[in-house]
Design a protein around this ligand. Sequence first.
Ligand SMILES: [Zn+2]
Length: 469
Amino acid sequence: MPYHARVGDRRVNNSPNKADSKLAAQPCLLSSNEKQTSSSKPSGLWIVALPLIAIVFAIAAVQTAPVIHQAPPPLQTFARPRSAPPSLPSKTTRQRAKATEPIIRVNVTPGGVQSLKLDVRGRYRLISIESQEELASETGLSQIVVTSTAKGLKLGSHQYATKQIEIQPDQLPSIRVDGHLYRGRMRLFRRADGLISAVNVLPIEEYLASVVDSEMPTKFPEAARQAQAIVARTYALYQVRQADPKSVFDLLSSQRSQKYLGVEYIDASGRRLAGESESSRRVVKETRGVVCTLRNELFCTYYSAVCGGRTIHGSEVFKDATDALKSVPCEWCRESPHYRWTTELSRDAFQQRATNSNNNEKKATSIRSVRQTSPPGSGVISRFELDAGKDRPSVSGIELRDRLPPGTLHSPHFQIKLEKDRVVFDGRGHGHGVGFCQWGAKGQAEAGRTSAEIIRHYFTGIELTELGY
Ligand SMILES: [Zn+2]
């Protein structure tokens, strides 16, 4: 398959915002007939607008090799209180009362940036979020650089004595940040440390149209992608309810939350790639407002690329895992190249890193043998006792995965073979293995299962609730 699953993880440390290895879809090069529509607008306008847009992009685009997904930034802690999410109105099926579509705030600059490039097509207004004062009302911004100043923010040559600015465009989508085109509005924040955060504010269904394609290949069957939409919607709304009231965003655009590329993006080598598609917009529309609930509450629908034959008990990895996240068998992902995998490392490198939680320590400890205290495939995280002479440290698969060089271990579920000069790892799956298995969803869909059946396989005892907006 022409795409790769990625390594960073939403794992351990009990934060729901730790990214995990999930599928990363192959970016699609935008063709001239690819329609990028606002979900609230018919595509007819775009038939007229596309040639103009194509001209603009043809000037900017340089056809060279694509850079697909960048590695996620270093993990960063964003405090999330453990307050209980509010109750949903009723169990299962359709809600009669008309609700309002939730708005979501996505930090598209995880970790903060020193500066960013900003483009805005058409008319827009700049509003100070702090004072609600209109700072400017202009037409078009092209490749301006946003930086911070001691008092606030600088957009191109204009300085504003406010640390929080919202860009409100007339037409959608029209805001591009560092090459990614986004629907909705954009908020710029000068953080206390002087870095800048850009937060995209938009209706959740429009956000999901990009998440589905960012997280799962367009070639996967419709039912699998519908299930992905429902799982991603639930994950996002759960994060909205968990967010610190003082936080200026709900989720990150990286795999630490859910991958969100926007409507389209220009990669580092100048290629213009699709971040959503007709297919993703359709599966989001087909599942509009549908979420997973357990005892009438949202829960965190963790998911990963490949479980490798059995999912992991959620409580093994995440503190906030509910009892819906039980370990269940899943042979549906066996077609994945990561269903089983083998990697290796030099024995010296293994010995140095495995025994040192701090990889900067140079001293290697000789490891005579490794005893596995919980085998892979048992629904729990593998643990290993390392015989290092007088020390016999016990480490988990998660800890080892953090300590060894990135890419050595695709999941925390593996066996270790010590050989003379090298160490061989026989592993299963890609990612933490908790909850929804993306490759498993593909296998189940190909076997004729519906999105609801797929989801219920991975989340025990749950219901599908339509929020009715
Ligand atoms: Zn699986």
